[in-house]
Design a protein around this ligand. Structure first.
Ligand code: GLU
Length: 486
């Protein structure tokens, strides 16, 4: 296993081609943890050399996602390092300089072929059932490069490469992977293959942390390192994130969505950091809940697994609920406010106070703000915010001969409630229970609850009365008595 230098430098290097999904954030997190635990440096670098794929707003989006998760970077698109900008399109002269040094060494040359000629070579290779390799088409003599043609690497040595990946161990790939790849495109922009190596060199990156889909390209990269005569960094290839059933890589439909959508749904940054850290890494203990600082201490490359890590949505939900436990009811109220449906906010009895009394019930049944919204939208708690429909037939207990039978019981309940302590469902239960034992539990509790909610199903009457508060509770019981008496 390669040793960790005392000065570790890592980077997260997204291309600005749209939103960040959890795979990208997991890579960023692992690179960040590695840097922080070694008192090293973490860089956010923007790899925007493919202008055709660029999506406006992507850079702000990645910065926002990282900042939401508390993944702080030391250098980024808005704070250049001693090496200059961290945005590749602002570093074109750097790539050109290294390209020229390769030309001087005879290790780079302008591509003499048109796209049609290249297509013909490729078609011919396919027809002959052999891989298309550009190095078979290398011209005998190199022209001077005027910058209008693509610049290609002359593979310094056609050989089998063997290298160490800090996660995968020893890897090896043969000459069949080596091609005279393009370093600088005809449009003047470098390729990812070339630019990231120059940047990693100039930025002093010691550990290249990225998804293992890059492993197959490593021999190509190594041929560039060799041509430049520079040392290899430590490669840390992260396993893919799989669907929960492990049948395939997590796709857009299975949760590989914009990471900021999780924020909108009410996942806490602590949850996401903790959850992402455990995809493809395990601490080697039973511990599942880790703060960011605990992760920085516990993280280690040799506990990154080689095989894919599953995205377990139930675990994500569980974890969010765990982190929400630390919220007081008042904090939980603030947390759900942006998710309260309009129809609730505009209903006649809505107030922050009543919502606060509903919070303990709501949070018991939900894991996220989005789930709270769903419950409220489904109408589960409409009785809290609007006067219920009171139907005497429904209020009547099943053993009652007539609807009138419930009136004395409700009146007695009103008497008790006049002096009852409404500060919690428990105090209300303590007040009403003796009466329930005298007149019968179902005889009292059913009419009481149905008078208050108009529903056959709802929380118990003590919880309901607590949520409604004293005046609403008394008023509803009184109205029910009037209705039944009519
Ligand atoms: N720009 C590359 C990507 O978006 C980064 C790969 C790397 O980290 O080297 O996947």
């Amino acid at each position: 296993m390669p040793e960790i230098n005392s000065k570790v430098v890592t980077r997260f290097a997204p291309s600005p081609t749209g939103f960040q999904h959890i795979g990208g954030m997991r890579t960023a997190l692992f690179a960040y943890l590695l840097a922080r635990q070694n008192n090293g440096t973490f860089i956010l670098r923007i790899e925007d050399t493919d202008k055709s794929r660029e999506v406006e707003g992507s850079i702000d989006h990645v910065i926002e996602a990282l900042s939401w998760l508390g993944i702080e970077f030391d250098y980024g698109p808005k704070n250049p390092g001693p090496w200059g900008s961290n945005i590749q399109s602002e570093r074109l002269d750097r790539y050109r300089e290294y390209a020229k040094s390769l030309i001087q060494k005879g290790l780079a040359y302008p591509d003499p072929y048109s796209q049609e000629e290249l297509d013909a070579f490729r078609a011919q290779a396919e027809a002959e059932k052999r891989p298309f390799l550009f190095r078979d088409h290398r011209p005998a003599e190199f022209e001077a490069w005027d910058g209008t043609k693509a610049l290609r690497l002359k593979v310094p040595e056609v050989k089998r490469y063997t290298w160490i990946d800090a996660v995968r161990g020893e890897l090896s790939a043969g000459p069949e992977m080596l091609d005279d790849i393009i370093l600088i495109k005809a449009d003047g922009y470098p390729t990812y293959n070339f630019a990231h190596i120059i940047d990693d060199l100039e930025m002093g990156v010691t550990h290249v942390v990225r998804g293992d889909e890059f492993i197959s390209s490593v021999p190509k990269f190594l041929s560039i390192y060799d041509a430049l005569g520079i040392p290899y960094p430590v490669f840390v290839s992260l396993p893919p994130i799989l669907r929960d059933d492990r049948t395939k890589k997590l796709g857009k439909r299975d949760g590989a969505k914009d990471v900021l959508e999780y924020r909108t749904e009410g996942y806490l940054p602590e949850t996401m950091i903790n959850f992402l850290a455990l995809i493809g890494w395990n601490p080697g203990t039973e511990q599942e809940l880790f703060s960011k600082d605990e992760l920085i201490t516990a993280f280690s490359i040799d506990k990154i697994q080689r095989g894919g890590g599953a995205f377990n949505e139930d675990k994500l939900l569980w974890m969010n609920k765990e982190y929400l436990q630390k919220y007081s009811h008042e904090e939980f109220l603030t947390y759900i406010l942006s998710g309260i449906p309009e129809k609730i906010k505009t209903s006649s009895l809505y107030s922050d106070d009543v919502l606060l009394r509903l919070v303990p019930t709501l949070r018991e049944r939900t894991h996220t703000r989005a789930e709270v919204t769903t419950e409220l939208e489904a109408g589960e708690y409409d009785w809290v915010f609007t006067e219920p429909e009171q139907n005497p037939e429904q209020i009547k207990w099943k053993n009652d001969a007539s609807t009138q039978d419930v009136i004395p019981r409700l009146k007695e309940a009103l008497e008790v409630l006049k002096t009852a302590d409404f500060s919690s469902p428990d105090t209300l239960k303590a007040s009403l229970w003796p009466l329930a034992e005298t007149v019968g539990k179902g005889e009292l509790l059913w009419p009481l609850r149905v008078s208050l909610t108009g529903k056959a199903q709802s929380p118990d009457p003590f919880t309901v009365a607590f949520i409604l508060g004293k005046s609403q509770t008394m008023a509803r019981i009184e109205t029910a008595c009037v209705k039944i008496g009519e």
